[in-house]
Write a protein that binds this ligand. Structure first.
Ligand SMILES: [Zn+2]
Length: 456
């Protein structure tokens, strides 16, 4: 913490160029720490090619602690084959990161403090949107990128002004100030803003965006036809639909691909933030079936980026989680088993199943069809009792039933302080190997930005 205290007083650190307080920051590829060497074992980390990337893509699985990528591996496993198939996360893993916020908030971070760390290289308090503990604004990666002439964008499955994208684009003393944050986006000059959150952008604000040259979209099907920035795509009132209820949607993959296409038009390069925002929301609800749907959605977006990185050779991707959510346990109740096959048969999110089961007199059939198995007499009795109490109790009962059948455990409805994984590929990827802190991730990314392409 002494290092942090010193760092906060340093003007070069506030400007973040170069930060002498972060000895782990190394733009020079010859200066590789032992930890970074560990990371180079990953076959996705190039041994040749440019030392600095032209484009940087940061991907955040909100709440995606190590149990989520583990669960996703077994969820994704083909039981017809002997081996356990690798996931995109297995292919790209290079290191680990601690996530603790500024000491005033203890050891367990929220998304705002963690996104602030990842976007600025500074610890702050839970709830902070790229302001320090004194509520002074901190330079963000997106601001620095803009100053260097790079294009910037965000593509997320939450509202676009939710904590994570907000910390990359704006400054606010509280993540709850959604209206202020949406308004602040006007001044970011971001080229691509895609996600949900229509309700925070009233017509008067949208008119200001279009006045600045933004194309505003609210229908997802229209995204395909967009051929040039700037674009503000708000495809839901708040968050996008759960992936499990929108199986043909692949909205995050499509938004990611479109963002890459549009931002690539800038000859000087770009910085893009992609967030699988709703992994966290499913984790808060202790909803394993919905969480695996969101993991699948995020993994598909990571695969889109993996492919782009492989082809372009001048793009760095860094993928991490902001924290772990729910204390997910892959196996529980003293039993040595986890049954992801149960989850594949669940046809809709438990809240959606509950809504339909409450509307339908033949609710037992509705549940058996949508949950993918026929509950026992005792289980039906529990569900009937919950159904009489309403939508939320029935939703919770359905989640518990799915947990029991799949043998999934949870320890919290909130976040936990366990370290998260770091995945990377492309020029500079080796810097992210071994253990680091979340502010180190940001400082390494800052160190990889181009040095002298600033517009006059
Ligand atoms: Zn959360």
């Amino acid at each position: 913490m002494d290092f942090l205290a010193t760092c906060k007083r340093s003007i070069s650190c506030l400007l973040l160029i170069p930060c002498l307080c972060a000895p782990s920051v190394m733009a020079n590829d010859e200066m590789i720490s032992p930890a970074a060497v560990t990371g180079s074992a990953n076959s996705n980390v190039p041994t040749a090619g440019p030392a600095r990337p032209k484009n940087i893509i940061i991907m955040i699985g909100d709440g995606m602690g190590p149990a989520y990528t583990t669960a996703y591996r077994y969820y994704n496993d083909n039981p017809e084959t002997e081996e356990i198939e690798q996931t995109v996360f297995d292919r790209l893993l290079v290191g680990m990161s601690s996530t603790y916020p500024a000491s005033v908030s203890g050891y367990v971070t929220d998304s705002a403090a963690s996104a602030t760390a990842l976007a600025t290289g500074f610890k702050s308090y839970n709830g902070a949107i790229s302001v320090d503990v004194e509520k002074r604004p901190l330079t963000t990666l997106m601001e620095k990128a803009k100053a260097l002439g790079l294009a910037t964008g965000v593509a997320v499955t939450s509202q676009v002004n939710h904590a994570t994208p907000a910390a990359f684009l704006a400054h606010n003393e509280s993540r709850s100030n959604y209206i202020d944050i949406a308004q602040a986006y006007l001044d970011t000059d971001a080229d691509v803003i895609l996600g949900g959150g229509q309700q925070y952008f009233p017509p008067s604000l949208l008119a200001q965006f279009t006045g600045k040259g933004y194309q505003h979209l609210s229908e997802f099907s229209k995204l395909d036809a967009v051929t040039s920035p700037k674009v503000l795509g708000l495809f839901a009132d708040v968050q996008l639909p759960w992936a499990i209820n929108d199986k043909q949607g692949h909205k995050l993959s499509k938004m990611t691909q479109k963002a890459i296409d549009l931002l690539s038009q800038n000859q000087q390069g770009f910085v893009l933030l992609v967030e699988g925002s709703l992994i966290d929301w499913a984790g808060h609800s202790n909803d394993i079936a919905t969480a695996m749907g969101e993991m699948d959605e995020f993994a598909a977006a990571v695969e889109v980026v993996e492919q782009f990185v492989r082809q372009s050779k001048d793009t760095l991707v860094v993928i991490t989680a902001d924290h772990n959510t729910g204390g997910l346990s892959v196996g529980a109740n003293d039993k040595y088993e986890w049954n992801p096959a149960v989850l594949h048969n669940v046809q809709a999110s438990p809240d959606e199943i509950a809504t339909r089961a409450i509307a339908e007199p033949q609710w037992q059939t509705v549940i058996a069809t949508l949950i993918g198995f026929k509950p026992s007499e005792a289980e039906y009795a529990t569900l009937e009792n919950a159904r009489m109490q309403g939508n939320e109790p029935l939703t919770v009962a359905l989640r518990k039933l799915i947990d029991e059948r799949s043998n999934t455990g949870w320890t919290s409805g909130g976040h936990t302080a366990v370290d998260v994984q770091v995945f990377s590929s492309g020029p500079g990827a080796r810097l992210f190997g071994g253990h680091q802190d979340n502010i180190d991730i940001a400082n390494k990314v800052f160190s990889l930005l181009p040095e002298s392409t600033a517009k006059p």
